[in-house]
Design a protein around this ligand. Structure first.
Ligand code: C2E
Ligand code: MG
Ligand code: MG
Ligand code: MG
Length: 286
């Protein structure tokens, strides 16, 4: 019976499945040697203080220069890397590279630049993760306060007991801890009381609704005030318009990132931005 039923399915679904599965397998196979072949690079998106409008930090975002497919965005391979466990060596490389490059930028521009690094659930679950972070900082000569780790809500609540212990170790190192994409998952604040979180990164959809309209001001303002009362900083992601920027400033949001303020840039281009005058580096006229 499976055969009779499966026959029609076979004709309609199998070819598409095979194409997708093959593309995925090919990507997985080329992902394995990509680290050794030095095919990854970090781009950096500026993070701006909403009072001074100056660049105070940046988020490291991985890019894969695939020999055949060109630039592959993280959403196409981080999932595979997580499933295969490759995200551990890749994440370790990201951490070390980000710390090393940030230390150099601080030396070159004599500015207190901070860097944010995205950490996947699987990395956080490694017992030796805090030691890995400590080594990356020490080898780069970067002060712990200059490093922020971005964790997603799903990674945090997966195993709250273990997460709390790991975050305690990381906090003891002196690094900053941020919840990434806040507002897309559980959005509760209750679990945050049990974790040493310093920063909430509001997802774009927190401020901008599906219909493209800005959320209710009182709601966002009350939320920011509550985060402040809990000693957390609030950073908005995905700011694309001056309308949203003005809204966030009025709501006393602390910092922001977004295409309006600066796209993720290769290191050489970030250098130009850091080297320019503050009023230009905040690219508001753009
Ligand atoms: P994320 O950490 O939430 O990063 C923000 C994403 O939004 C980035 O996409 C960034 O380019 C994009 N973005 C920035 N400004 C705007 C804007 O104004 N509008 C819109 N629509 N988008 C904006 P990207 O670089 O493609 O990264 C996607 C996701 O991949 C990241 O989301 C993060 O979850 C993951 N990722 C990136 N690098 C790493 C990494 O080194 N390790 C791990 N584990 N994950 C990473
Ligand atoms: Mg992030
Ligand atoms: Mg984010
Ligand atoms: Mg996001």
């Amino acid at each position: 019976r499976a055969k009779a039923e499966g026959r029609n399915r076979y004709r309609f679904f199998e070819p598409a499945m095979t194409v997708a599965a093959r593309a995925r397998m090919a990507l997985e196979l080329s992902l394995r040697p990509a680290l050794a072949r030095e095919e990854f690079e970090l781009h950096y998106q500026p993070r701006v203080d909403l009072r001074s409008m100056e660049i105070v930090g940046m988020e490291a975002l991985i890019r894969w220069r695939h020999p055949q497919q060109g630039m592959v965005p993280p959403q196409q391979f981080i999932g595979i890397a997580e499933e295969t466990g490759l995200v551990n060596p890749i994440g370790r490389w990201v951490l070390r590279e980000a710390c090393r490059q940030t230390r150099r930028l601080i030396d070159e521009y004599a500015k207190p630049i901070r860097v944010s690094v995205n950490v996947s659930a699987r990395q956080l679950a490694q017992p030796g993760f805090a030691a890995e972070v400590r080594e990356a900082l020490a080898d780069a000569g970067l002060a712990p306060v200059a490093l922020e780790l971005e964790l997603t809500e799903s990674a945090l609540i997966e195993d709250l007991e273990r997460t709390a212990a790991m975050l305690g170790e990381l906090q003891a190192l002196g690094v900053k801890l941020a919840v990434d994409d806040f507002g897309t998952g559980y959005s509760g604040l209750a679990y945050l009381r049990r974790l040493p979180i310093d920063v909430l990164k509001l997802d774009r959809s927190f401020v901008l609704q599906d219909d493209g309209r800005i959320s209710a001001f009182d709601f966002v303002k009350a939320f920011v005030d509550m985060a402040h009362a809990l000693q957390m900083q609030v950073v908005a992601e995905g700011v694309e318009t001056t309308e949203v920027l003005d809204f966030l400033r009025a709501a006393s949001c602390d910092e922001a990132q977004g295409y309006l303020l600066g796209r993720p840039l290769p290191l050489a281009e970030l250098r130009k931005l850091l080297g320019s005058r503050p009023e230009r580096s905040a690219v508001l006229a753009a």
